[in-house]
Ligand binder design. Structure first.
Ligand code: K1U
Ligand code: ZN
Length: 176
């Protein structure tokens, strides 16, 4: 058995973060090992979600755990080939962050509730309605699978400002 590993998270701008990911054809042990690494990476960051393209794997798989209460049990979720099959008309605004755009936050408006269908780790079909932070997070992560970032919802000037900061950050990290 191989150990779980914390993978490196890509920082924007990176072409892989703008590229739609490919559907998963079959749930294999290799895919389950990838899911373990993604959860390990998400909890280590720390974050509440992570999509495979963020670690450079162009497959439609995401993980999330939006349990905020430290006393409550964790709820790690793995969604393979997720798709939103219903969205509420009611919208919510949440100040989003992104592990690929460190230390930058902005308000994004999205449907308050969504129903999502996906494949589980045993290849079974799963379906669930998400609300609150779970709904925001699952939409943010599915966007990653479609090559979309939360800054794509912002006005061009704000988006350019954040992108410039990230270019600078990457340059400094490369020099260190
Ligand atoms: O996809 C990602 O980059 C992960 C991202 C998910 C997300 C956050 C906020 C709104 C929508 C989606 C993060 O996890 S950013 C970090 C974060 O939100 C957090 C970190 C520690 C504790 C609590 C939250
Ligand atoms: Zn993100």
């Amino acid at each position: 058995m191989t150990r779980m590993a914390v993978r490196d998270i890509l920082i924007h701008p990176d072409p892989r973060l703008k590229t739609p990911a490919t559907p998963v054809a079959e749930v294999t042990d290799e895919l389950r090992a990838l899911a373990d690494d993604m959860l390990e990476t998400m909890y280590a960051a720390p974050g509440i979600g992570l999509a495979a393209p963020q670690i450079g794997v162009m497959k439609r798989i995401l993980v999330m755990d939006c349990v905020k209460d430290e006393e409550a049990p964790a709820r790690p979720m793995v969604l393979i080939n997720p798709s939103v099959v219903w969205s509420s008309d009611e919208m919510s605004i949440y100040e989003e962050g992104c592990l690929s755009i460190p230390d930058q936050y902005a308000e994004v408006e999205r449907p308050s509730e969504v129903e999502v269908v996906w494949t589980g780790l045993e290849g079974e079909e799963r379906r669930e309605r998400f609300d609150g932070l779970w709904a925001t997070c699952v939409q943010h992560e599915i966007d990653h699978l479609d090559g979309k970032l939360f800054i794509d919802y912002l006005k061009p000037l704000k988006r350019q400002m954040i992108t410039r900061k990230m270019v600078k950050l990457k340059r400094e990290k490369a020099r260190a």
